[in-house]
Design a protein around this ligand. Structure first.
Ligand code: MEV
Length: 325
């Protein structure tokens, strides 16, 4: 089906993300801070002989399944995404195969859907030689993320698209993001507890809980907003002890909001026992991943996570060299 020898193919790559503070609260207007990861998603587009489009997951992106999705077959949101592409780019979309690979585990709150959306849209524009501006790109990526996540704040695809440490705030339908220059690199240890229940579900369930006790939830979101503002200052000053302390507090608030689990709490406790400066769940929660901020002890923390049976890896967040010139 996929043409074997074709000169016409393109590759695109986008990184994953982790949220240092402010997930969930950002949906209600609080400030959040997100970082790009040095793991990501790669998309290749190739011509297709048969009628498509198809999406084929390969390599480490889906090691255990022979994943081939199309308009007829696959999860509902993937079918909708393919339909969206046909509606917006026309019949030519039916003549492509989209191969997805990458180092980023999918479904763990590390931005795999945002990375996929960003890499896919860049690849499509490139493959069909469509000239784009940033605004067009953002509109299509937001539309795909809305299909995948319901009503996302936009923080995931914004950090993935910009690939730098960002402050982010959403006000009604507008959002504001700005680069944060971190004085010191951040060494993070990621621990995976298992695929999460899905961002859309987690956000909806929290919305339902909030409806019962509006004021109490608003206060927690307000506290997370204050934490994000304080963390931004600490990142700029290179006060990693304070960054870690704020991460611990953020995890406490996320537990209070009901999005943590016993396993996520357990991993945070292990990280702190092993000397992490701070640890928290990242992303929508209800499973997913924990990030721990290390201070030259990342191997020890990673080994401790692995010893308890959790997949773990290290990643570092470094500012781009020219970012602060
Ligand atoms: C998911 O990575 C972050 C959430 O705050 C949802 C969103 O902001 O769209 C849980």
């Amino acid at each position: 089906m996929i043409k074997k020898s074709c000169e016409n193919f393109v590759f695109s790559y986008a990184p994953g993300k982790a949220i240092l503070v402010g997930e969930h609260a950002v949906v209600y207007g609080a400030q959040a801070i997100a970082v790009p990861l040095d793991l990501g998603v790669r998309v290749a587009i190739l011509p297709l002989d048969a009628n498509g489009p198809i999406i084929k997951g390969i390599g480490s992106f889906c090691p255990s399944e022979a994943l081939v999705w199309s308009i007829e077959q696959g999860p509902a949101n993937i079918k909708l995404a393919l339909q969206y592409l046909i509606e917006n780019f026309g019949e030519k979309i039916k003549k492509i195969a989209i191969l997805v690979d990458g180092s980023l585990p999918k479904g763990f709150g590390l931005g795999s859907s945002a990375a996929f959306s960003v890499a896919l849209m860049r690849a499509i524009f490139n493959y069909f030689s469509i000239s784009i501006n940033n605004q067009m790109l953002i509109e299509h990526i937001s539309a795909l993320e809305t299909i995948f996540h319901g009503a996302p704040s936009g923080i995931d695809h914004t950090v993935v698209l910009n690939s730098q440490v960002l402050g982010f705030k959403k006000k009604k339908s507008q959002s504001l993001s700005w680069p944060i220059y971190c004085k010191r690199p951040l060494k993070l240890v990621v621990g995976l507890v298992g695929p999460h229940e899905g961002t859309k579900n987690a956000v909806q369930k929290l919305r339902d809980r909030k409806r019962q006790h509006e004021k109490i939830y608003e206060r927690i979101f307000g506290s997370l907003d204050e934490l994000a503002i304080a963390m931004e200052t600490s990142l700029k000053e290179g006060s990693l002890g304070a960054v870690g302390e704020f991460m611990n507090m953020a995890h406490g608030y996320l537990s209070a909001l009901g999005v943590s689990t016993g396993e996520l709490d357990h991993l945070c406790a292990i990280a702190k026992e092993r000397g992490a400066l701070g640890a928290k769940l990242t992303g929508a929660g209800g499973g997913g991943a924990v990030i721990a901020l290390a201070e030259n002890n990342e191997m020890e923390i990673m080994t401790a996570f692995r010893a308890c049976g959790f997949i773990s890896f290290t990643t570092s967040v470094v500012n781009k060299v020219d970012e602060h010139l």
